[in-house]
Design a protein around this ligand. Structure first.
Ligand code: NAD
Length: 541
């Protein structure tokens, strides 16, 4: 560090722009979208500050317009992955020794680039790659990523300031070293912000990173990478490799220098990676940090005292925004019988007012699901519900993949609270509802707690404080992010740190200091000013 205890700018959440008709941001993002739609990009691997083209490519298309090609990306060979590891370790020598304020400067600059010159581009890329409507793109790709970058810089300085007591005779200092080795970041398709944050948070703390984005998000990941490059992340610090996830992961996990994984994605993939790390444990130079935020089966439970209109709005937004493809999306609801009729009427009315189509038409609340695999899986569950006498579809139920992967927002009402769609993560616009007897509040809370293997998000609605208090207690372990009278989605960095336990992850709370602690290895330094010269203690007489 230079001569000064530098203070970083106080982190403030990036204001969400409105994109209302006539606003300059709406005009700019639509023009950028059109320009990007009409051109083709080629995304190479990025290793040691260089673009690497392997010639083995895959195409990228918008989920709402799957015959249209946005460009291609290159797929890595095993040798590319090994080279990325080698060069990252070389880059580590300088990066780990870089004063923290220089690292802070780079990532604060990245935040500012996204807030300004890259905002329209990163949003348009997210609309095209992941089929987000503009509001969903803005709160993710622009605002949440900016927040991650700014708040993490502040959290880093708060961590560095945490120091032990000293005396006049000895000075105790803790140095927050980066991990020895390199970090592997594997990111999901659904949030551009997560794709940027998983490599950036580890790199901010002085680590070097191999980043593997999701095949379905490479197009917007490239914009994130361009921001990192322009912000000044040095060569070899964040390397991006795409391609066969199993080959890349096996190659990474075989390296003795693998020192941590920062993963977000589905539960079974993470469990498999954990198992492989266990198998390789004798080969590693250091015990790897394992951080994984995984699936969810998120709930809303509404007491008879709750306001039906508020419950319905939480269901409409919480279950269907971004087509239910948020890990926090409500996908199972438990509604008290006496309010169900009103809730049902409101939800069905909301859904019938939703418009569905391309995000380029800003009137569309619903766009497409991510890919054909997801579309086919969702269609299968909807068909099964149609043919099951214990399930009734009260809204939606249709789907069409001729132009894009469009699934109508669908509500299934079930008689069996353990019906498959009450338990399994579907990751799409399908919400299942179980109506419970008003007198069975406590029993229902236990049912909510015991129905799924997950523990990510959940919401309780009630105007009765005793009922609320019961829910808070009984559902203590059912969700890592628990909402009272609100929808279970929309966590904001710095305000609601995010993550869950059980099968939902290691609950290391992205967007908080807790997450950054995982990417450091403290060294305690005790300096004694005048060292003793006689081994005898006074008690020896
Ligand atoms: P996914 O598990 O299919 O993919 C995630 C990443 O893992 C991708 O980069 C993918 O290429 C890679 N991958 C896939 N198979 C692999 C394998 N066998 N070995 C190594 N890597 C592999 O998940 P997705 O569809 O991109 O994202 C949706 C999932 O992510 C949902 O389950 C959702 O709940 C979860 N998610 C969780 C959070 C959270 O904070 N808890 C946030 C976002 C998404």
């Amino acid at each position: 560090m230079g001569n000064g205890f530098f203070e970083v700018p106080i982190a403030v959440n990036e204001p969400v722009k409105s994109y209302a008709p006539g606003s300059p941001e709406r005009k700019e993002v639509l023009e950028t979208y059109k320009k990007m739609y009409d051109s083709k990009v080629e995304v190479p691997l990025f290793i040691n500050g260089k673009e690497v083209k392997t010639g083995d490519t895959a195409t990228m298309s918008p989920p709402h317009d799957h015959k249209h090609v946005l460009g291609t990306y290159h797929k890595a060979t095993k040798k590319n992955v090994e080279e990325a590891i080698e060069t990252a370790l070389e880059a580590r020598k300088k990066w780990a020794a870089m004063p923290w304020e220089q690292r802070a400067g780079i990532f604060l600059r990245a935040a500012e680039l996204i807030a300004g010159p890259y905002r329209a581009k990163i949003n348009a890329a997210t609309m095209l790659a992941q089929s987000k409507n503009i509001y969903q793109a803005e709160i993710d790709a622009a605002c949440e990523l900016i927040d991650f970058l700014r708040f993490n810089v502040q959290f880093m300085t708060e961590i560095y300031a945490e120091q032990p007591e000293s005396t006049s005779a000895n000075w105790n200092r803790i140095e927050y070293r980066p991990l020895e080795g390199f970090i592997y970041a594997i990111t999901p398709f659904n949030f551009t912000a997560i794709a940027g944050n998983l490599p950036a948070s580890a790199a901010l703390m002085g680590n070097v990173v191999l980043w593997k984005p999701s095949d379905s998000q490479v197009y917007s990941a490239k914009v994130v990478l361009d921001v990192f490059r322009e912000a000044g992340v040095p060569a070899g610090v964040i390397n991006m490799v795409m391609g066969d996830p199993v080959m890349i992961t096996d190659t990474v996990l075989a390296s003795p220098d693998f020192s941590g994984i920062h993963f977000t994605g589905s539960t079974n993939v993470f469990k498999d990676i954990w198992r492989k790390i266990g198998t390789n444990i004798h080969n590693y130079k250091t015990y790897p940090r394992i951080v994984g935020e995984t699936g969810g089966k998120d709930f809303i439970v509404a007491h008879k005292s709750s306001n039906p209109k508020q419950v319905a709005t939480a269901m409409s937004r919480g279950a269907f925004e971004f087509q239910g493809q948020k890990c926090s999306a409500a996908s199972r609801c438990y509604i008290s019988e006496s309010i169900w009729k009103d809730v049902k009427n409101d939800v069905v009315a909301d859904i019938s007012s939703f418009k569905m189509g391309s995000p380029e038409d800003m009137g569309n609340f619903i766009t497409a699901v991510i890919h054909e695999g997801s579309f086919d899986k969702l269609a299968k569950y909807i068909d099964a519900a149609k043919n099951d006498k214990n399930a009734e579809i009260i809204a939606g139920g249709n789907y069409d993949k001729s132009k894009g992967y469009f699934i109508e927002p669908t509500v299934i009402v079930v008689k069996d609270p353990k019906y498959t769609t009450m338990c399994t993560e579907l990751f799409g616009p399908v919400l299942t509802v179980y109506v419970f007897d008003d007198s069975k509040w406590e029993e229902t809370l236990h049912l909510v707690d015991e129905t799924s293997e997950y523990g990510l998000t959940g919401a309780v609605f009630s105007e009765d404080r005793y009922a609320l208090e019961q829910a808070v207690k009984i559902l203590e372990n059912a969700a890592g992010n628990f909402y009272i009278n609100d929808k279970p989605t929309g966590a904001v960095v710095g305000q609601q740190p995010f993550g869950g336990a059980r099968a939902s992850g290691t609950n290391d709370k992205a967007g908080s200091k807790l997450n950054l602690y995982r990417w450091i290895s403290p060294r305690m330094v005790k300096e004694t000013f005048v060292s003793p010269t006689d081994y005898r203690y006074p008690f020896l007489g």
